[in-house]
Design a protein around this ligand. Sequence first.
Ligand SMILES: C[S@@+](CC[C@H](N)C(=O)[O-])C[C@H]1O[C@@H](n2cnc3c(N)ncnc32)[C@H](O)[C@@H]1O
Length: 286
Amino acid sequence: MNSPLTTDVPAAGYVHGYSRREARRLGDQADTLATLLHSGTSYPPGSRVLEVGCGVGAQTVHLVTGSPGVRLVAVDLSDDSLAEARARVAAHAPQAHVEWCRADLFDLPFADATFDHVFVCFVLEHLPDPVRALAGLRRVLRPGGTVTVIEGDHGSAFFHPDSAWASAAVRCLVRLQAAAGGNALIGRELQPLLTAAGYRDVRVAPRTVYADPSRPELVRGFTRDTFVAMVEGVREEALAARLVSPEDWDRGLADLRRTAGPDGTFHYVFFKGLAVNPADGGACGE
Ligand SMILES: C[S@@+](CC[C@H](N)C(=O)[O-])C[C@H]1O[C@@H](n2cnc3c(N)ncnc32)[C@H](O)[C@@H]1O
């Protein structure tokens, strides 16, 4: 394997972008992992729930299905994603009560203590200052309300057949995300991040995905259509940043695809955190 071609990665935008392919990947991811990620999250009817960074509504559908009767407000920066989210929820959960709002989660247009619960999934990993984001969410959360945060951690990916080229391709994504201001290894940090943002009763637990040929749905839905597709999606950026040669990239992706093959296995850990906004205001770690 050739050594990396460069050590300086130019800053980029949102690493996964807003393509049709990425929208499909988010849907595959959410549907495949719905039970794993959403189990334990159920809000009473009538609760006021805020989802920030709803994207194309892939998690929103599972949120409102798992908590019928909630009044959900879903926020994202992207108008196109919000339009897609609205259509997805109308198709899959037409009874749901959802308001859609284009806003920056760092500058939310809601009064203090508007919500009983906040839900954040696969968003903090893209933010330059996740503690400031979490602390800001406390403003719109009522005292005693909860925040639920779900993030992955690409350092938890190991697989068979093992391959230095495949691992190097995954590291390209980690580096590109870091160059864009994010952190693809954030899952392991959720507990300290929530604590630093002033939440109390912080509980974080790993939710492990393990896929092998005895679980073909998971191999398709997670290994191939979620994880490998995500790495494939940064090919052009990785080559443009000269993080890897085209030959090594192609070898890495071929090896990564083998982990979804007849002799492949894949392991990954998501981290799910639940924490309470303290009634006494707490010490904010901004
Ligand atoms: C990886 S997607 C996750 C979408 C969705 N939560 C899911 O799991 O399918 C991250 C989303 O966060 C949104 N986002 C990023 N920064 C944001 C910000 N400052 N305010 C609001 N949304 C933001 C992006 O537009 C994108 O739709």
